[in-house]
Design a protein. Structure first.
Length: 390
C-alpha cells in the first residue's frame, strides 16, 4: 500500500489476480477433468451488468499506417461479443449481458503515467494509468464505485509484453480513498485480432463472475501451478469457438458440466429441451381452450355477451316495430283526424240506420236545431236542454 497527497488518498491492489496464460505456459496443466461441480460462489461481488471501458495505451495506436489490429477492429470485436449470445450461459452465475461504456486512446503522458506503456510493464503500471485517467477526468467515472458495473480494460500495442512471463492477460481491482472504493481493471496483450478477442472474452467472463476473487472460483479445478484465482475461463483455456465471426474462448458451465459457448450443440439442445418442457406444460394448462386460444371463462363470457347482444337486438327490433305502430307527432296528425272522422261517420251511420234515416239526413239532423223537410231530429225537442226565454 502506498500513500499519495500526504496521506489524503490511499491506494492498493490485492496480492493475487485472475490471469490468462499463454498457450506455452498453459501446456500440460491439469484442467477440465477436475472441474465438474467444483465451482462455487464465495458470496462476493459480481458484475451482473458489466460496462466495458476500453483504454488503448500508446502512441502506436495513432500511427500511420495504422497498426494491425486497429482500434476500430478491436472495438468492433468487443461490440460483436457483447451483442451476441456469448454471455447467455452466465445467467446460471447471476450475470446478465454487458455493454460498451467508452473507448479512450492514451497517446500522451497523464499524471505519473507515460504516453506509451513500458515494455515490459507491471500490474502497477496498468492500474496506475487507470487511476491517473480517473483523477484527470479522462475516463467516465459513473461506473466506478463498490456497486458500480465498470471494467476498465487496457489494451497493449503489438509487441508489448508483461513482466510476468507467460501471462498474456489479467484482471483484478485496485482501491483508492478511505473508506476504500474498489475499481475493477484488466489488461490484454495481443499480436492479432484473434488473440485479442480470445483473451478479451476470457477476461470478460471472469471479471463478471469474480471481479475481486470472492465470487465464482474453485480451489481444485485449475490444478497446481496456476498462480492466480481459479475461475471459469481458466479451465477452458485454448478451447475456442467463433461467435458471429469473432474468435472467443469457451467458459465453464456448471449446469452443462463442460466448457461451452451458447452456440454449442449441447447448450442449444438443453435450451430446446427446456423450451419444449415449458411448451408441454403450457399446452397442458390450456388444453381445454377452444381454437380461439382464449381461456374457457373468456369464451363463456364472450358467448354470454353474444347472447346478451342478440337479446338486446331483439328488444331493439321489437321497439322498432312498436314505434311503427305509433304515429309520429306531426306528419300523422291529418291521418289521425281522418281516422276520427271515419269513426264518427261509422257511428252516425249506425245511429241513423237504427232511426230509419239515411246517413246524410242523420249528419244533417245532427247539425240542425229543428226538423226540416220531414227529417227526423237527432235530438228530440223534448230532450233539448232549456236555454232561457227568447
Amino acid at each position: 500500500m502506498t500513500e499519495q497527497d500526504a496521506g489524503v488518498a490511499l491506494f492498493g491492489v490485492p496480492s493475487q489476480h485472475g490471469i490468462v496464460l499463454s498457450a506455452e505456459a498453459a501446456e500440460g496443466r491439469e484442467g477440465v477433468a477436475g472441474a465438474a461441480g467444483s465451482f462455487s460462489n464465495g458470496g462476493g461481488r459480481l458484475l451482473g451488468a458489466i460496462r466495458v471501458h476500453l483504454i488503448f495505451w500508446g502512441s502506436t495506436w495513432n500511427a500511420l499506417p495504422p497498426p494491425t489490429p486497429t482500434v476500430g477492429e478491436c472495438t468492433n470485436a468487443v461490440l460483436t461479443i457483447l451483442a451476441s449470445d456469448y454471455m447467455n450461459s452466465l445467467s446460471q452465475y447471476g450475470v446478465g449481458h454487458g455493454s460498451l461504456g467508452s473507448v479512450t486512446v492514451v497517446a500522451d503522458a497523464v499524471g505519473g503515467s507515460p504516453a506509451s506503456p513500458p515494455n515490459p510493464f507491471t500490474d502497477d503500471d496498468v492500474w496506475g494509468l487507470v487511476e491517473h485517467l480517473r483523477a484527470a477526468g479522462r475516463i467516465p467515472a459513473g461506473d466506478i464505485g463498490n456497486t458500480g458495473q465498470g471494467l476498465y480494460l487496457v489494451v497493449m500495442p503489438t509487441g508489448v509484453a508483461a513482466s510476468n512471463p507467460g501471462v498474456i492477460g489479467e484482471h483484478s481491482y485496485y482501491w483508492f480513498g478511505s473508506p476504500a472504493t474498489n475499481v475493477p481493471f484488466a489488461w490484454v496483450t495481443q499480436n492479432s485480432l484473434d488473440l485479442f478477442s480470445e483473451v478479451f472474452s476470457h477476461e470478460l467472463v471472469e471479471a463478471c463472475t469474480d471481479p475481486e476473487g470472492t465470487g465464482w472460483t474453485s480451489v481444485t479445478a485449475c490444478g497446481t501451478g496456476h498462480g492466480g484465482w481459479c475461475e471459469i475461463g481458466d479451465v477452458c483455456q485454448g478451447d475456442t469457438a467463433r461467435v458471429n465471426g469473432v474468435l472467443v474462448q469457451r467458459y465453464w458451465s456448471n449446469s452443462d458440466a463442460r466448457c461451452v459457448v451458447p452456440d454449442d450443440a449441447k447448450v442449444q439442445q438443453d435450451n430446446k429441451d427446456h423450451k419444449d418442457r415449458k411448451d408441454v406444460k403450457d399446452h397442458k394448462d390450456h388444453k381445454d381452450w377452444p381454437d380461439t386460444k382464449r381461456p374457457p371463462k373468456e369464451n363463456k363470457d364472450a358467448k354470454d355477451g353474444a347472447k346478451d347482444k342478440e337479446s338486446h337486438k331483439e328488444i331493439k327490433d321489437g321497439g322498432k316495430e312498436k314505434e311503427l305502430e305509433r304515429p309520429g307527432p306531426a306528419g300523422d296528425a291529418v291521418s289521425q283526424l281522418r281516422a276520427l272522422v271515419q269513426q264518427l261517420d261509422a257511428l252516425i251511420t249506425e245511429l241513423a240506420a237504427g232511426a230509419g234515416g239515411s246517413p246524410g239526413s242523420a249528419r244533417q239532423a245532427g247539425g240542425q236545431t229543428g226538423g226540416n223537410g220531414g227529417a227526423a231530429s237527432f235530438i228530440e225537442p223534448a230532450e233539448r236542454p232549456y236555454v232561457g226565454a227568447t
